[in-house]
Write a protein that binds this ligand. Structure first.
Ligand code: TXA
Ligand code: MG
Length: 326
């Protein structure tokens, strides 16, 4: 893992030369390129195996750079940037004409975020421009929350991965669309919906995507963030019953639960997840990766998290990682 370091000078040199750098953010690690160099951005898509019409977020140092990338910026955008940047909020705004199609997927909008991680914040301040960066994982796979996860995805094919330690938020940023008549919640994430609504003084429109419960092929439709081992989700009783049934026939099962298990069963691998949403979010992807590694299990059984508002982002990601409900 020769390419993991905290060397900002090397990161800047690589980015200016049109190369890719793995960057820590407080949400998840990103795979970054200079957003002004279409050939550099194209390398991200090639490495991730991501369809070219998917737009990527441009990361900037702060509100001072907002008008470098967006135009017709509504008051709501300035209010949200002042309240939550640097932080886990992405704003979708009308783009400046110079923003490459490689970044916007050919749309007339651009996604902008000022991440809060100190190393990447320092990098962005020195860089001055914008860094196009999706999450640093193969398309459809679980997002990385450590430098080692990025290495596990791409190895030495990324010239440098900046090591900023484990991500403190653990799920991706909240995305708010500000190009229509009403602000829209496009993806729940690190900043709670209610906090955004409080700043705006209005409710966000949110169209939840239909459930992916029966979609079994990873990478299809909105089955995203998925481990390779099938992940089944259900209440505690359902996952315990499923675990016992499979164990009896020699199945290799891991149970990820929030509430205490009702009994201990010999041969059952189990892991207690935090029962508080921020801590659960911080651990979710790392736990899925850990249990997915090495094909040690036929199935992962996850206790369904609470359905209250505080768990919105977690439930969105769990739904996309799930192969079936019990
Ligand atoms: O926390 C995050 O947002 C992380 C870190 C690295 O910043 N990034 C991230 O990027 O999750 P990615 O590419 O995995 O997801 C970005 C999402 C995609 O669903 C993309 O469609 C949406 O943002 N997006 C980006 N630009 C957009 C635009 N102009 N209009 C609509 N959606 C956009
Ligand atoms: Mg992603």
């Amino acid at each position: 893992m020769q390419n993991i370091s905290t060397d900002l000078d090397q990161a800047l040199a690589l980015l200016r030369a049109g190369d890719l750098v793995g960057i820590p953010t407080e949400t998840v690690y990103g795979l970054a390129a200079d957003a002004r160099q279409p050939e550099a951005v194209a390398k991200i898509f090639a490495l991730k195996g991501r369809p070219a019409d998917h737009p990527v977020i441009v990361h900037i140092a702060g509100r001072e750079q907002l008008s470098d990338w967006a135009c017709d910026i509504p008051d709501a955008a300035w209010k949200l940037a002042d309240a939550f940047w640097p932080g886990s909020l992405t704003l979708i705004l009308k783009r400046q004409p110079h923003v490459p199609d490689a970044v916007t997927g050919g749309q007339d909008t651009v996604g902008l975020r000022a991440p809060a991680h100190p190393l990447t914040h320092a990098l962005l301040q020195r860089f001055g421009g914008g860094l196009a960066a999706p999450s640093a994982n193969q398309f459809g796979h679980v997002s990385p929350t450590t430098a080692a996860h990025v290495y596990a995805e791409f190895g030495d094919r990324v010239p440098l991965i900046l090591d900023g330690g484990p991500c403190q938020v653990g799920v991706e940023s909240t995305i708010v669309g500000l190009t229509g008549d009403t602000p829209t919640l496009l993806r729940p994430g690190g900043v709670p919906r209610e906090a955004i609504e409080a700043v705006l003084g209005q409710t966000l429109v949110h169209h939840e995507k239909p459930s992916t419960a029966k979609v079994r092929v990873s990478g299809l439709l909105d089955s995203h963030y998925a481990p390779r081992t099938p992940l089944l989700v259900g209440d505690l009783r359902a996952i315990e019953n499923e675990a016992y049934r499979r164990l009896e026939t020699g199945g290799r099962v891991a149970v990820l639960h929030l509430s205490p298990l009702s009994g201990s069963v010999c041969g059952l691998d189990s892991h207690q997840m935090p029962d508080e949403p921020e801590a659960f979010a911080r651990e979710l992807y790392a736990t899925l990766r850990q249990y997915d590694a090495g094909s040690r299990f036929d199935v992962l059984l996850l206790e369904r998290p609470p359905q209250s508002a505080a768990w919105l982002a977690v439930n969105d990601r769990v739904k996309r990682a799930t192969s079936a409900s019990l």
